[in-house]
Write a protein that binds this ligand. Structure first.
Ligand code: ZN
Length: 409
């Protein structure tokens, strides 16, 4: 509790945004401030952060060591200011995460995501690996040939990568008669995409990787605003919250109260010990199940299940709620569908309409897809054909670092 109180006091006295709201935080100055009191404090929303970005800066500009960005709610990037202290905190978080996954100073990591373009994750992993006294090869994103060459030359033991890119790597290795199982890589730290189902078994993406390549996959959850990543331990039963660096709540959508064991709620994070852009009760918009029971690894920290979806991406379709990930799962079960995009729009009665864009006109396949969607999701979306090149440009837009698989229009 002391770390929480210190964080709130620091934030209220340094952040222009929060000091304007000081009266709503009066209870913090009570000597008997408890978790129950904390749960009455106001939330901070993505919109508030995005619309008042500069007001969240809590230090003099000359104390800012790094300017990281993340996409805001309106599409314009939002800046997260990091001080030297925040960079050390970021390093400590990834160091703790990597240790939790069982890595040591003997490991060699190949970083397959960008470390520039103001991207926090690549930088965070770089710092964490340095703190672990392990080695890192900064190959960066893309260029499969260089990735493979680097694996063969430097013999990394682990990769840090977006899992869907690993599929391309596997396909490339196959085409070039390279047996990935003979390489030095033993595990992959997966970022940006879920690799597990709600029962913690691997989803289609995770399964596709491990069926071809005997590697241990670690799932992670992170967002730039909160400056922490939650990672799996070797038990693979949800992502552990780092208690020292974040106070995390999973709250019910309507009651704003913490959900019970195994229930779905919104992840709300108070990133402790942040100094450049401190936040209090930040609503991430991400929905997941909460697990409070002790993990088989012995740790008692809260665990977060695989992300079910984003709060603003819930699709209300004829009375039922559908999460985009459920649609992706069906589509990714068809190896013939290499590329797709889901478009959600509103009809004249404000009901959500689902349209799936694919680049094949194979009628048998489309019939089969319709059947699968109907049996798994109880919906029959409209399926439209788009030329491959056009579809590629719709998915890989300059607006986002990740493939844009869904759009609300
Ligand atoms: Zn564990």
């Amino acid at each position: 509790m002391e770390a929480i109180v210190n964080h709130i006091k620091y934030t209220l006295s340094h952040s222009t945004f929060y000091s304007a709201k000081k009266s709503e935080f009066a209870s913090v100055y009570n000597d008997n401030f408890t978790v129950k009191d904390f749960q009455k404090l106001p939330f901070t929303t993505k919109d508030e952060f995005s619309l008042n970005n500069d007001l969240f800066l809590a230090v003099d500009k000359n104390k800012v060591a790094e300017y990281s960005t993340t996409s805001g709610t309106s599409g314009t990037p939002v800046t997260v200011y990091l001080t030297k202290k925040d960079l050390n905190r970021l390093a400590k978080n990834e160091y703790d995460s990597l240790k939790l996954m069982g890595f040591t100073s003997k490991d060699i990591f190949q970083l397959m995501t960008t470390i520039d373009k103001q991207f926090m994750a690549g930088l965070a992993y770089y710092l964490g690996v340095q703190k672990l006294n392990a080695g890192i090869i900064r190959v960066g994103p893309g260029v499969i040939e260089s990735q493979l060459k680097s694996i063969l030359t430097y013999q990394p033991t682990a990769l840090i990568a977006v899992p869907s890119f690993i599929i391309s790597l596997i396909n490339y290795a196959k085409q070039n008669a390279i047996d990935l199982n003979q390489t030095s890589v033993k595990s992959i730290v997966c970022i940006g995409e879920p690799i597990r189902k709600q029962d913690f078994s691997l989803n289609i993406l995770g399964d596709k990787i491990t069926s071809e390549w005997n590697v241990e996959l670690f799932s992670t959850y992170a967002s730039t605003e909160i400056g922490v990543a939650f990672s799996e331990c070797k038990m693979h039963q949800g992502n552990h919250v780092n208690d020292d660096l974040a106070f995390v709540e999973v709250i019910n959508e309507t009651s704003d109260q913490p959900v019970k064991e195994g229930e779905i709620g919104e992840i709300v994070v108070t990133p402790l010990k942040t100094t450049g852009t401190p936040l209090i009760r930040y609503k991430t918009g991400d929905l997941a199940k909460a697990y409070y029971k002790k993990c088989a690894c012995g740790k008692t920290s809260l665990r977060i299940g695989p992300i079910v979806g984003r709060k603003n991406q819930m699709i209300k379709f004829r009375g039922t709620t559908i999460y985009p990930n459920a649609i992706f799962d069906v589509l990714e079960n068809f190896p013939e569908i290499q590329l797709y995009k889901v478009e959600i729009s509103k009809d004249e009665f404000e009901n959500d309409q689902i349209r799936i864009l694919i680049s094949t006109q194979n009628e048998l396949l489309i019939n089969d897809l319709n059947k699968k969607l109907k049996s798994k999701l109880k919906v029959t979306p409209q399926i439209s054909f788009v030329e491959k090149e056009k579809l590629y440009n719709l998915v890989h837009t300059s607006k986002s670092r990740k493939p844009c698989k869904i759009e609300f229009i």
